[in-house]
Design a protein around this ligand. Structure first.
Ligand SMILES: [Fe+2]
Length: 209
């Protein structure tokens, strides 16, 4: 018997948590707010307000903040607090559910909360390489029999549903990659975060505030 063992060092912590007490009024408010008629390719709409949680959905905001607090404590090992900076909704309606690959600069952790995502909604795809679809610097032929291992996979897709929150490090590239027109509405609330009141050790000349 082989005594070989692979260790997966320093994995990316992505948290998935379902809101078991969905604030229906808040969801309705986010769905009914003003959206831009079209954005970029016209495949999706985004809220005109890019600070939507500052003025809408107070119950939901509190729940999301509690989950952020949990993530900072358990995943980032800090008692420092992260505050929500910008927040906005993105809606697909009777289109192919796609979103270009991107990350969230100037943010510590980001979140995607599904205000509406009925059965059959396209999941969120996380990519292992920055730049996602671009050719890696060193590229060799890969064998399809072992390409989907955790250490070789190019991407991993998580399923979404109404009331689900996914928290991830903001530098993690992600996309939505539907292939066919979906007649339903898929609405995601996204947000970024930053340290409340600054961070870093002033005695080591690392303070930022
Ligand atoms: Fe995003």
């Amino acid at each position: 018997m082989s005594n070989s063992k692979l260790h997966l060092l320093f994995p990316t912590a992505v948290e998935v948590v379902d809101n078991i007490d969905i604030p229906v009024e808040d969801h309705d408010q986010l769905l009914a707010t003003a959206y831009n008629a079209s954005y970029n390719t016209g495949q999706f709409n985004t809220t005109k307000n890019n600070y939507i949680l500052d003025t809408h959905a107070p119950t939901l905001r509190n729940w999301i903040q509690s989950r952020i607090d949990n993530y900072t404590k358990n995943v980032m090992a800090t008692s420092s607090k992260l505050k929500i900076t910008q927040s906005w909704c993105l809606m697909h309606k009777n289109v192919v559910q796609q979103l270009f690959i991107h990350a969230h600069p100037n943010s510590i952790i980001s979140g995607a909360y599904y205000v509406m995502a009925p059965e059959g909604s396209q999941g969120i795809r996380f990519h292992s390489k920055s730049g996602g679809h671009s050719t890696p610097f060193i590229d060799w032929e890969t064998d399809s029999t072992c390409i989907d291992q955790p250490w070789t996979a190019d991407w991993n897709e998580l399923s979404v549903k109404t009331g689900r929150l996914i928290l991830f490090p903001s530098q993690t590239y992600h996309s939505v990659d539907g292939q066919e027109v979906n007649p339903n509405v898929r609405c995601v609330l996204s947000f970024n975060t930053w340290f409340e009141g600054g961070f870093g050790d002033p005695s080591r000349l690392q303070e930022l505030k």
